[in-house]
Design a protein around this ligand. Structure first.
Ligand SMILES: [Zn+2]
Ligand SMILES: [Zn+2]
Length: 234
């Protein structure tokens, strides 16, 4: 039978403060180990411990307001249990490596990566790792399988190293009270008169009294990509 509390293991690891095991879990979601995934794991752990959260069933009882969409974000999702899919992840497209974790009553803590640490991290990164990162990730140049393998190896090592940096060097932690957005509403579904697919009513357009989905209506909508949120035309 399925355990109705799937986060039992993760929550036990949080209680034990086992960042390494949590990084392993986050890696299952993220696909690779990298420094910012580990920093997300650390930030998530810091925030949960600071708020004293024992359990999160992903029912919006805990909400994470995330200020970036990068590897850090997956560390946050894996550890806090606030995800894109359970509506407990609120994304502010402001490009900061920071997260605010909040309870429903507005009790919150913001954990932000220190700018000084980002600089130290860059300076301390081995040249081989920076060169491979530039080539493969930043410039999307063709790389040999060996270069890929080596980057993953160096990145895994760098990921592991983030677990041993003292928390105070990594993060500025601020306790605060915020206004948490209301719980998400469940909207009715309707059928698109053109493609026949089911679509959330609030996203459908009405033409000649019929519901039309955004792609069929070729209507503008927001799209979140690795570059952030932007308006797109279907
Ligand atoms: Zn990554
Ligand atoms: Zn349609």
């Amino acid at each position: 039978m399925l355990n109705p509390k799937p986060r039992t293991t993760v929550e036990e690891l949080i209680r034990q403060g086992d960042a390494l095991a949590l990084l392993q879990k986050a890696g299952e979601l993220h696909g690779h180990f990298c420094p910012f995934l580990a920093l997300g794991v650390r930030a998530g752990l810091t925030a949960i411990q600071a708020l004293g959260i024992q359990e999160n069933l992903g029912m919006e009882e805990v909400v994470a307001i995330l200020e970036c969409n990068n590897c850090f974000s997956d560390g946050i999702q894996a550890v806090t249990g606030c995800t894109f899919g359970n509506n407990a992840l609120i994304y502010r497209d402001v490009g900061k490596t920071a997260v605010t974790l909040a309870r429903r009553d507005g009790t919150a803590v913001r954990v932000a990566l220190r700018a000084e640490y980002v600089e130290t991290f860059r300076q301390n990164l081995p040249e081989e790792a920076s060169a491979l990162f530039r080539k493969i990730v930043q410039e999307h140049q063709e790389a040999t399988p060996e270069e890929h393998r080596r980057l993953m190896e160096l990145w895994t090592e760098a990921s592991y190293q983030q677990l041993h940096v003292p928390e105070g060097e990594l993060f500025a932690v601020q306790h605060m009270t915020i206004t948490v957005p209301p719980r998400s509403r469940i909207f009715a579904s309707v059928r698109c008169a053109i493609c026949g697919e089911s679509v959330m009513e609030t996203r459908a357009r009405v033409r000649d009294g019929q519901f039309i989905c955004i792609p069929c209506a070729q209507a503008e909508h927001y799209r979140l990509t690795g570059n952030g949120i932007a308006v797109e035309v279907a």
